[in-house]
Design a protein around this ligand. Sequence first.
Ligand code: ZN
Ligand code: ZN
Length: 316
Amino acid sequence: MSPFLIDAHSHINFSAYKDDAPEVIRRAEDGAVWMFVVGSQIDTSRRAVEYAEQYEHIWAVVGLHPIHLVDTFVDKHEVGEEQEGVAFRTRREVFDADAYRILAAHPKTVGIGECGMDFYHIPEGMNVATVQREQEDAFRAQIALARELGLPLVVHVRDGAPTPSHSPSQREGEDKSGDAHEETIRILGGAYDAWDGVRPRGLIHCYSGTWNQAERYLAMGFNISFTGVITFTPTKKQRPIQEELWRVVRNVPLDRFHVETDCPYLTPEPHRGGRNEPAYVRHVAEKVAELRACPLQDIARASVENTMRMFWKMQS
Ligand SMILES: [Zn+2]
Ligand SMILES: [Zn+2]
């Protein structure tokens, strides 16, 4: 049996689903949706493998998200409910290749991630250049682990958003913080050179870059993955950014894209405002089909084939 769609990036391992994960999984199964469960640190990576072990149509991706490299406030949907409704602090994690290697060796772990660069969630008062250097080190360590195991990478990239509280006068090393995609392209490009022509592969999840950057990711062997963000109706101010994203959706080759939810976040229309779940990946695929003026069946089939081809361990 082959699925209608594969949600290439879900977090049903997060506490947002602690009460009803089995029902959420069943709704996906009802829609013939298979899913990847993606870790953000060691505990959620371990839980991703547990889900993959328990359910036939779930696969795990294990890795350390750049926001967990610093003491940080995260929302209760990810880690727990100690303080209901209030974000709380998590302790920083240092990437331990041995711990992740054990999880990655599991037959149903298909990729390494999510790892990458996040310039948005750098806490106030921290040295931006230092944090970015630590993100790069952890990213490189995970690129190396992926290479060692022959696994594709699931790459997270988020640009910084300048706000009044993040004014340059408060922060050192600000000059480097501009564009997380340019930094990611530089790091992946460097890894490519160092690998003597053996390509790092994988996907750029929740794509937010320009078409020009997408072309460079594609040239390096990385696919582009879309979330419910593509279903959003932009405000006038967001319009140019959304138009550029839609341009990427229209232009990416049919054999080089994936669809994902990134649930519990980024809930697509028409469910926007509620909690997201893997079954809703259908709305992402529908929007891709609409933007490309192409039947949903063709988009669904292509995205499933692309995911099975990239994440080769699904076959074994
Ligand atoms: Zn992410
Ligand atoms: Zn994610």
